[in-house]
Design a protein around this ligand. Structure first.
Ligand code: NDP
Length: 330
């Protein structure tokens, strides 16, 4: 059988030289295993990250071995009572014509009503990503203005329509080029489309969403995320799903690398205390006993006299204080 192997680790943008086509011997089927003739395989942006030998949320692909990845195939031999010969299965041993795997790692899919390829797209991990991003990570609420980047791709083409179903009032997508932006409007349920190749994302976003954004599903990172953060309304929600603009970067992109927030599934949440002043009674009531029993220890740095106020202020910016910086008056 034939398989594609990772021949070399790319630096920057990968090319054909990083892959080789090879012939492999199939191992005999062990008890509980199935032999699948693959009919479809998925290629996904996250695979770029797995080509690097760097620690991440998922191990790197092995050099000289076929990469892993979503695939659909037909079971042609089975030593498992759970999976019959002839079944269509979804699994993660793509990049090869045949796969031998434990039946437990194959999911039988129902192709009576939908084509098998749906399980690599709208019913696969990309569809699930769109659904989870807009229901759990950055939930869409009735009437929200929702923005999705890479909107004509696998995640994005589904995300706009899911946003609509969840009651979004206005759904905006960005994609590269006029053909894709036209499709966003005619096929994928978007109300407005931004062509990122035209530049000026903040300006285009401002026009598409003059009242600002409530939800952003970020697949791109970089300038897309920057423009979206600028356009977000207070207390909006952002799902950090991908950062494809940086996947081939050879040097760190300036600014914090928020893709780490995606891979570590972090929660980043802003706050401005003046919006929570009604919480003072609760907090003071809680903290006075901590001060009284000595369990809340504090320090003060005190500058003497009004004339020292400027110096105290400059000092607090520069680290002259430990604990609370204060000026004693009178
Ligand atoms: P897509 O089908 O969306 O394909 C990627 C698209 O990204 C391209 O078609 C291109 O569209 C766009 N793109 C590439 N480079 C840039 C750039 N520099 N600026 C703007 N757009 C760019 O892929 P997927 O739907 O599979 O994945 C979309 C994103 O979601 C990726 O970031 C991926 O890593 C992430 N993802 C995350 C998952 C998770 O579990 N967190 C799961 C699945 C996907 P265009 O022509 O419009 O520019």
């Amino acid at each position: 059988t034939r398989e594609i192997r990772l021949a070399a680790r790319p630096v920057g943008t990968p090319g054909p030289e990083h892959f080789t086509l090879a012939t492999a011997e199939l191992p005999p089927l062990a008890e509980g295993q199935v032999l699948v003739r693959n009919t479809w395989m998925s290629v996904d942006p996250y695979m770029r990250g797995r080509m690097d030998d760097a620690p991440s949320y998922i191990p790197p692909f092995e050099l000289g071995a076929p990469p892993e990845g979503g695939a659909i195939g037909e079971v042609v031999a089975s030593r498992s009572p759970d999976v019959q010969v002839g079944a269509t299965v979804s699994h993660f041993l793509g990049w090869r014509e045949h796969a031998v795997l434990d039946a437990a790692h194959a999911t039988v899919v129902d192709t009576a009503d939908v084509p098998a390829t749906a399980y690599l797209g709208p019913l696969g991990t990309t569809g699930l990503t769109a659904y989870l991003a807009l229901t759990e990570i950055a939930p869409v609420r009735e009437g929200d203005t929702v923005y999705v980047s890479a909107a004509a791709g696998a995640v994005g083409s589904v995300a706009g329509q899911i946003a609509r179903r969840l009651g979004a009032g206005r759904v905006i997508g960005s994609a590269g080029g006029p053909a894709k932006t036209a499709l966003l409007l005619s096929e994928f349920g978007y109300d407005a489309a931004i062509d990122h190749r035209q530049g000026d994302l903040p300006g285009q976003l401002g026009k598409a969403a003059p009242e600002g954004l409530d939800v952003y599903l970020d697949s791109v990172g970089g300038d897309h995320l920057d423009a979206a953060l600028e356009a977000m309304r207070p207390r909006g929600r952002v799902a950090l799903v991908g950062a494809i603009s940086g996947y081939n970067a050879t040097a760190p992109v300036p600014g914090p690398d928020l893709y780490r927030a995606a891979t570590k599934e972090l929660t980043l949440r802003g706050m401005i205390v003046s919006h929570y002043l009604d919480r003072f009674p609760e907090f003071v009531g809680t903290a006075i006993p901590w001060i009284l029993d000595g369990s809340l220890r504090t320090r003060e740095t005190v500058y003497e006299g009004l004339e020292q106020a400027p110096e105290a202020f400059l000092g607090v910016l520069g680290g002259a204080n430990t604990g609370k910086m204060l000026v004693r008056l009178g």
